[in-house]
Unconditional design. Sequence first.
Length: 467
Amino acid sequence: MKEYLRELPATHILQNDQRFIEIVKKRDIPLQKLTEWIQGEINEIRNLFLIGEWNEGTPSKELLGDLIFKKVERYASQFKKYHLKRVINGTGTILHTNLGRARLSKQAIEQIVLTAENYSNLEYDIEKGRRGSRSDTLEAVLKDVTGAEAAMAVNNNAAAVYLILRALAHNKEVIVSRGQLVEIGGSFRVSSIMEESGAKLVEVGTTNKTHLYDYEQAINEETAMIMKVHTSNFKTIGFTESVSTEQLVNLSSKHREVISYEDLGSGALYDFQKHGIGDEPVVSEVLRMGVDLVSFSGDKLLGGPQAGIIAGKKELINKLKKHQLARALRVDKMTMAALEATIKSYIQGGNTIKAIPTVRDILTSTDVIKNRVEQFINSLEKSTWYYEIQEGTSQIGGGTMPDIAIPTIVVALRHNKLNSQQVADCLRAKEPAVISRIKDDQVLLDFRTITEEELPILINCFRHFVT
C-alpha cells in the first residue's frame, strides 16, 4: 500500500480548496485549527497506508480529499459545542452519578452567578478592612447546621478522609471494622486511601460481626484513631453485629489520645426517616453523640455541589486547617457560594429545605408524579406510540440508601416502527438528550426526576420524534 502515498493531497492544496474556504466562512473556524485537523487526517491516512490497514478502496486525490473534508466538516460542526450538556433524567435515579448527581437549588445557582460575575470578599474581612480567611466563609453556616464546634470544606469526601488520616494519624494506627472497609465509586477503597495517607490500618472483627471487645483489644500506644465508616452504599443483612457510635465514643474517651472519627459518606442534614425513607443518620445527631470528627459529601443527600465537609472538635479542625494539604484540597469560590446557599436553606428550614432539588425529588408524592405523567401521555401521538402507565420504584442513587425503593409512576413506551433500543438512541440524540431505561423491550420514563419545567421540552421532543 505504500504506492498509495503519492495520492495523498498536500496541505496547501486542501487549503486552497473551495470547501476549506466555505468551512471557514460558515463555521467561523480559526485557520490554524482547520489546518491542524487537515494535517491530522492526512497523517492518519498515511499511517493506514503504511501498516496495510486501508480499507476504503483504491485511493485517489479526489477520494482522499472528499474523505478528509467529510471528517473536517464533522469536527467543525462540533467545534463550538460544549462537552458538558444539559440532559433530561428519565431514569428515576435522583443522585445519578453519571448525570452529575445533585441538582442545585435556584438560590445556590444565583449565588454562584453573583460570585462568578463580580469580585467577592473570598479572602477579605470587610469589617476590618484587611485580609481574611476563606474558611470563615463556610465555617459559620456549617457550625450552625451541624452543631459542631468547628468545620471546614475540601473538594470531596475522599479528600476529607485523606486529609483527616494524613494530618491526624500519619505513621499511627487507625482501627476499622472489616465490615466497613468499603469501596466507593471509581474503585476507590477506604483501605487504599488509608495506605496513601500513611496511616496504619488495623482491621478488627469479621465481615459480618464486630464487637466492642475487638476494638478494645486492638488499642495500644500506637493507636491514633478509631474510625467508623457508615456503609451508605451497601447493606449487610442476616447474622450481623456492629458497634454503635456511642460505644466507640465512650471507648475513645477512656483513651485520651485516641480520636473517634466517623465517615458518614452521604451526609444527611434532613431527617428522611420521619418520612419513612431509609435510616440515614442526621449529621447533627451523630455529633451530639460526642464523636470527635465527622466527614460527609456535599453533592449527595445534602443536595449541594461536590465537596467534602469536615465537622467536629475545634482543636482537631484547627490542625486540619493548618496542614499543608488543606490548601491543595480547598474548594473554589463557586463551590463555596453554592455550598453556603444550600446550607442556608437548611438553616432557614420549612419550604426552603424542600426547594433543594434532591430533598424535593426524594419527597415528591406519587400524586404529583401522576399529574406529570398525565400531561405527558395526553400529548402523545397515539397512532405512533403505545404506552402503559405503571407503578414502579425510584432509586436515591449516588451510592446512597441502596436498599431504599421509593414508589413512583413510570410510562412504558413502544414505537410503532422502532424497537426499544432505537427509541432510546433517538432520545439520547435529542437536544437536550433524554436518558431513559429499557425493560422488557419497552422504554421507561420515570417522572420523579422529570420536573414541571422539563415537561414542555420532553413533550416537544416526542412531537418532533423524527425516525
